[in-house]
Design a protein around this ligand. Structure first.
Ligand code: ZN
Length: 113
């Protein structure tokens, strides 16, 4: 079973190189996919706890920040990988999705093993 919780943060970034864009902001939407078996009450995990963990471990580092100062290339793809690295200690992740805009997203499925 895979369940997911959507969360968000607001931050600034630019795109360098071939897809150059000057610094601008987004509300970044993040979907945290958690896999596992249902417990005896029919839950895989507590969605509220996933959000609290995200806020504590990820959002406080990124919210209202200039991501250009934190990442060499602050793309959705790299953010998804980085968020996975921050959250995989807490949950059995299935995927991390990051959307800058409703029509485009990056989905990280974890390291290839
Ligand atoms: Zn952007």
């Amino acid at each position: 079973m895979v369940v997911s919780r959507e969360v968000s943060f607001h931050a600034y970034h630019s795109h360098r190189g071939m897809l150059y864009e000057p610094n601008h902001s987004h509300e970044f939407f993040v979907v945290i996919g958690v896999k596992g078996e249902c417990n005896e009450e029919g839950f895989v995990c507590d969605y509220r706890a996933v959000k609290r963990t995200f806020n504590r471990v990820v959002k406080q580092k990124l919210h209202e920040k200039n991501l250009d100062l934190l990442f060499e290339f602050p793309t959705s793809e790299n953010l998804a990988k980085w968020i996975w690295g921050e959250l995989h200690f807490f949950y059995a992740l299935s995927f991390i999705e990051v959307r800058e805009k409703p029509h485009s997203k990056a989905v990280y499925l974890g390291p290839i093993v």
